[in-house]
Design a protein around this ligand. Structure first.
Ligand SMILES: CC(=O)SCCNC(=O)CCNC(=O)[C@H](O)C(C)(C)COP(=O)(O)OP(=O)(O)OC[C@H]1O[C@@H](n2cnc3c(N)ncnc32)[C@H](O)[C@@H]1OP(=O)(O)O
Ligand SMILES: CC(C)C(=O)C(=O)O
Length: 662
């Protein structure tokens, strides 16, 4: 960035500065809101709205609660003109809503505007002309006096035509490009206009101060505005309005500080649509007030519908991080945020705070129609155990024991990391289910009978491969007795250390969930059971946990049906399959997988893949006329010499010899 010297600040501080606005802390009551979606928003669209689209948008604005709506620039086009006529002639303006139209300070434009508003129950006619130094010099080529005269002449014509035209009219004046105008001069022009209109308490005028192009920091604007507020003529009979744009990204701050400095009214748009970077976003302004406990008197509770209508009619897109309305603005992917949100929600559920204080969530997402389930916590590789548990709890009623959460968290985020994908709640549950509930098992307990003696005696029917045996063991509870029977059968030892249970709060609420953690050689192995019978659920959980012990699962993997799936996957993806792919696809750890594959095929994963490739190559040599080089490439070898060597090692002859043999 070499050329900053070609710029200089183009705003003007007032000659007299006061900072009363600094002493005010927050906005205690909503301003008069005026939507300019159908004018400033519409004039900046690639494809302005049709009459029908404007009618639908108008209804949306009425439904949200706007009482003042700038509906267009009737002299601009036939659509604009007819839109105003339609609203009046079809009696579509609710009694408590005032429509507003914009006009340049040019005679024929003003006249056309009054033709358009004829018969309006109540309309604001909004007059503007540009007052900035740049526009005076470059566009109008007029001095201050001549520019003031344009405004005054326009104001006079408005007054005359309002008297002559059927309808009920209020006047508004904007010193357009105020942000590049000397503040005292802007006030002088406004006061000249006000002196023509002579507003009264019953018929106030609106003076609208625009940051037509935002060019200063918000505190500068507040200071300028405070000067206007203190120096306007007829101030008691003037509604002081703001019209912030967003060129420096400060439209909201400008509006908020401007309100502290004396503004009574805000012109803006939904989602900040408008010229260049847009007008100020009224949704953000209103929701900011709402989050301070002030009712903004606009209703954004059905944000989804508002956004859908807006996007459809304007053909614009609401940015994912647009305050209060973007897709991601209530979402936490990262572990520490998720942890705090989950704890904050639990705090709230426990009734510990009457007011909304959940960390990382500026407002309750439900207040703008968002869902806790799908909008707040989402899982990717940045997530943590708190988030994963929250998803399982919110969506499936699974509340993991504290001690189990970390393992599940790392397992789930590992899948996301390898897949480079966000995991849906369904996917998270599937990983959980595959690893803890319906995990592979080399043995089962088909039946179990208990007798109460000093402790408990269990007769457990253990089925392991082709062996089925009833093992009797005692324990200080049912699960302990079954656990002792398992230890006896496999001749293994571990400690049954963790047990938790709860009823399912989602889905089948008649079911219970049991979590079992066993400790062997310092490592904890977890299993989960879900069943209507809590004893059955806890035995299932124990079986899953025991199955994870090395002593058990090295005994028999050959019968594992998943092994067939793994082989099929390798066959189908033999060119570029990796152990990482398999681990991700089957939710198994890499060491565990390596062991499986060795046991099943007698060779390592790498050797197995080579074998599959050679088999494919042999089939191609037999059935196709492809060159050996191309066959080598097809089965994944760039170097044909290397391929030849591997082939010879596998089949004791080169590919060419193989092809040539009869
Ligand atoms: C900051 C804002 O958003 S202001 C609103 C801007 N919105 C729009 O412009 C959308 C609707 N506008 C239009 O459809 C057209 O501009 C019309 C129909 C109003 C006027 O069209 P045209 O007369 O063809 O041209 P244009 O707008 O370019 O007018 C330029 C002339 O008007 C003058 N002019 C521009 N604005 C104003 C004004 N507010 N008051 C008085 N004169 C003005 C210019 O100085 C220029 O004068 P010149 O002919 O002597 O050079
Ligand atoms: C007409 C005025 C208010 C305007 O749109 C602007 O200055 O941005």
């Amino acid at each position: 960035m070499k050329n900053s010297s070609k710029y200089e600040r183009q705003y003007f501080m007032p000659s007299e500065v006061t900072y009363d606005w600094v002493k005010k802390e927050y906005i205690q009551a909503p301003p008069v809101w005026c939507s300019v979606d159908l004018r400033d928003g519409n004039q900046s669209l690639i494809e302005p709205m049709s009459l029908e689209e404007k009618l639908e948008f108008f209804q949306l604005l009425v439904d949200v609660g706007f009482k003042e709506i700038e509906v267009g620039f009737p002299a601009a086009s036939e659509t604009e003109y007819q839109f105003m006529r339609t609203l009046i002639e079809k009696d579509m303006i609710p009694d408590d809503v005032t429509v507003q139209v914009l006009t340049q300070a040019r005679e024929h434009i003003i006249k056309k505007t009054f033709e358009a508003v004829k018969g309006a129950p109540h309309a604001v006619v909004h007059l503007y002309n540009s007052t900035s130094v740049a526009q005076r010099e470059q566009v109008f080529k007029k001095d201050k006096e001549q520019i003031l005269k344009i405004a005054v002449d326009g104001a006079k014509l408005l007054k005359t035509l309002a008297d002559e035209t059927e309808g009920n009219f209020t006047f508004e004046y904007s010193p357009e490009s105020f942000s590049g105008t000397e503040v005292e001069y802007a006030v002088e022009v406004c006061n000249a206009v006000l002196n023509v209109w002579e507003p009264t308490a019953d018929n106030k005028a609106i003076i609208n101060i625009p940051t037509t192009v935002e060019n200063a920091m918000p505190h500068v604007f507040a200071t300028q505005l405070e000067y206007v507020h203190k120096h306007l003529a007829h101030r008691d009979n003037v509604v002081l309005s703001l019209h912030p744009h967003n060129d420096r990204g400060c439209g909201v701050a400008t509006a908020e500080l401007g309100m502290l400095a004396g503004a009574d009214r805000i012109e803006g748009t939904l989602f900040g649509n408008g010229e260049r970077t847009g007008n100020v976003d009224i949704i953000t302004l209103a929701m900011n007030m709402f989050s301070h406990g002030v009712d903004p008197k606009l209703d954004f509770s059905d944000m989804k519908k508002i956004r859908e209508t807006y996007e459809r009619l304007t053909r614009m897109h609401v940015y994912e991080r647009q305050p209060y309305s973007g897709d991601l603005v209530f979402t936490a992917f990262s572990g520490s945020h998720q942890d705090a949100i989950a704890k904050g929600m639990a705090w709230r559920d426990a009734g510990k705070s009457e007011k909304w204080t959940v960390p990382y969530l500026p407002i309750d997402p439900q207040d703008v129609g968002r869902q806790y389930d799908s909008d707040v916590i989402r899982i990717n590789s940045q997530s943590g155990k708190g988030g994963v548990n929250y998803i399982l709890k919110q969506s499936y009623g699974i509340n993991l024991p504290e001690k189990m959460r970390e393992e599940v968290g790392y397992l789930v985020k590992g899948v996301s990391d390898r897949a480079h994908k966000e995991l849906t709640p369904e996917w998270v549950y599937q990983i959980f289910n595959d690893n803890y509930v319906n995990a592979k098992s080399v043995f089962a307990i088909d039946e179990c009978h208990f007798k109460q003696t000093d402790g408990i005696i269990a007769d457990a029917t253990i089925q392991h491969g082709s062996d089925t045996r009833i093992v009797t063991a005692s324990g200080n509870g049912r699960l302990d007795a079954v656990s002792n029977a398992i230890k006896q059968y496999f001749n293994i030892s571990y400690e049954l250390r963790y047990y938790e249970e709860h009823s399912l709060t989602r889905g089948s609420s008649s079911k219970a969930v049991a979590y079992v953690g066993i400790v062997c050689q310092g490592k904890t192995y977890w299993g989960v059971g879900i069943d209507a019978d809590i004893i059955k659920a806890s035995i299932e959980a124990l079986i899953v946990a025991v199955n994870k012990l090395d002593q058990i699962n090295t005994a028999d993997t050959v019968n594992d049906p998943r092994m067939i799936e793994i082989m099929n996957y390798i066959q189908a993806n033999y060119i570029d399959v990796t152990l990482d792919d398999l681990a991700e696809k089957f939710y198994l750890s890499k060491p565990y997988l390596s062991k499986y594959i060795k046991e099943k095929s007698g060779v390592t994963f790498g050797e197995l893949v080579k074998k599959v490739r050679m088999k494919k190559a042999r089939a191609m040599l037999k059935s196709s006329s492809m060159t050996v080089e191309n066959i080598a490439l097809t089965v994944g070898y760039q170097n044909v010499e290397h391929f030849n060597r591997l082939f010879k090692k596998a089949y004791n002859m080169t590919p060419v010899q193989f092809r040539n043999q009869k």
